[in-house]
Design a protein around this ligand. Structure first.
Ligand SMILES: NC(=O)c1ccc[n+]([C@@H]2O[C@H](COP(=O)([O-])OP(=O)(O)OC[C@H]3O[C@@H](n4cnc5c(N)ncnc54)[C@H](OP(=O)(O)O)[C@@H]3O)[C@@H](O)[C@H]2O)c1
Length: 271
């Protein structure tokens, strides 16, 4: 029999995960239970997802084998303390909160509770998420495999040591936002040249998607792939030189670093 999944704090990430997991069939809708804080949101969530939602977090824990806590980082400790009496070695606890350490999660959960810190991104809603998981020492192989499969059912998932979490947060956690800016800007370029907005946006988004797929499928260094599409004295080198003159490369590197620094700052505050 499959495991029952509980999601406490089914906001943007929690809802996206529930929809994605149910759509891909790793856990059936009837085996998922969601919770939020307000009745209006609860009713809306149930109507939208067709998944049962409650206001009682302890009920979620009692009825689930694995519990994803997807509330805002500042609420995580308080939420886990309030459900602690129903947790224990038989319940897998998974947090999606940015900047909330395994140390903090373990300090508020009962001893022996297997805890996994994760950093997903919003693309889990469409099955193209990127999630990194860091397990605590009490997580067994079976639990880690199940949790990894849970996030693989909604995209890619990797297990990494917790020391990389700030970098992961700055790169794949926040990354979709950077790429939206890139797509919007490319489309504006098309607009300036007279393309209709919808056409320009489709062209830009598919160019990004195709390039991303190529990197993942071939495993080639992006610089090699760029070289392959840049013919001597051609059009692309003109565009690439403009990117270099505008400092795009350094800007993107700094965006990842700044977001990672903010993640580390949030972690210090949460302690
Ligand atoms: N957004 C992202 O791209 C992203 C990416 C990676 C990780 N994360 C992490 O994922 C977590 C959730 O982020 P989000 O953007 O999904 O936030 P969100 O949309 O604000 O969702 C949080 C949800 O938690 C519910 N909630 C608050 N307190 C609760 C409680 N005591 N019991 C049960 N439910 C409660 C809220 O319900 P009500 O609506 O009823 O108040 C809300 O729906 C954060 O910790 C964030 O760091 C976010």
């Amino acid at each position: 029999m499959g495991r029952k999944l509980g999601i406490i704090g089914a906001g943007k990430v929690g809802e996206a995960l529930a929809i994605g997991v149910a759509a891909r069939g790793l856990v059936e809708k009837k085996d998922i239970l969601l919770s939020v804080r307000t009745e209006g949101h609860r009713a809306e969530l149930e109507a939208k997802t067709g998944i049962r939602a409650v206001l009682d977090n302890r009920e979620v824990v009692r009825l689930s084998d694995a519990i994803v806590v997807a509330v805002k980082p500042k609420s995580v400790a308080e939420v886990i303390k309030a459900i602690a009496q129903d947790l224990g070695p038989g319940k897998l606890l998974i947090s999606t909160a940015a900047g909330v350490s395994l140390e903090l999660l373990e300090s508020v959960a009962p001893a022996g509770t297997p805890v996994i810190r994760t950093m997903p991104n919003m693309a889990v809603a469409i099955g193209e998420g990127m999630t990194v998981l860091s397990p605590s020492a009490s997580v067994g192989k079976e639990d880690l495999t199940w949790a990894t499969e849970l996030f693989r059912s909604v995209g890619r998932a990797l297990v990494l040591e917790e020391q990389y979490m700030d970098a992961v947060t700055g790169l794949s956690g926040s990354g979709p936002a950077y790429v939206y800016v890139i797509i919007e800007s490319l489309a504006d370029g098309g607009l300036k040249l007279g393309l209709p907005r919808d056409v320009a946006t489709e062209l830009a988004a598919q160019a990004v998607l195709g390039a991303a797929r190529n990197v993942l499928l071939t495993g080639e260094h992006p610089a090699k792939l760029r070289d392959m599409v840049t013919t001597p004295a051609g059009t692309t080198i003109e565009g690439v030189l403009e990117l270099e003159a505008g400092g795009l490369r350094l800007t993107l590197i700094n965006a990842v670093v700044k977001a990672a620094e903010r993640s580390a700052q949030l972690m210090r505050k949460a302690r």
